[in-house]
Ligand binder design. Sequence first.
Ligand code: AMP
Length: 222
Amino acid sequence: MILIVLGAPGAGKGTQALMLSEQYHILHISTGDIFRSNIKQGTPLGVKAKEYIDAGKLVPDDLTLSLIMDRLRQPDCAGGYILDGFPRTIPQALGLAEELKADGDELTAVLDIEVPDEAIVARMGGRRVCPVCGESFHVVNRPPKKEGVCDHCGSALITRADDAPETVQKRLAVYHEQTQPLIAYYREQGKLLSFDGTASMQEVFENISEALERVNGSCDQK
Ligand code: AMP
């Protein structure tokens, strides 16, 4: 199974991708997580990516594509994966399509999680993340058991630099301009499944799971 999760920053892509990767036993590949781990380790890729990420811009396509292509060629991807935060531009989608074709793989579905901008802005202000294990929380919607502390590893939670209100507005503008065209691109290919991302985390997950059962069912009958 090869899945893509599309949606504005803060739409809940990461949370859904994680739950789906557990449900279907497939790898969860998040370009944002890969960039953040490179930044933390101070790699050359991390140093280059940081200036774009902190400014709310997209990391250039050539850098992102070479990073993800290397990842998809690792043997652990053979059992299927879910891409979270990639592709984010049409050139990235074309690069991915070429790679899949070369490997004889087919995209199962593209999950589009729809959330209006106003709701995104409200959500991102309350987002807190663990700088150590990457777990994500929200002061209202998904509070940690102990305020400011990661449930998973006990580290102090932080607000991501790119979740600052001005940067969120910038990221939303970038999303509408560069990523939203992917919705029409994948719809034309008959791959798009859209979901109301304002529903609860569990409801969105159930809706996605049901839709995927239907897709899998129709694949089995072929
Ligand atoms: P995310 O955690 O998915 O919101 O990603 C955080 C940031 O990493 C984004 O705002 C971008 O600056 C960068 N990034 C993640 N994925 C991509 C991508 N596919 N193309 C370009 N930049 C990306």
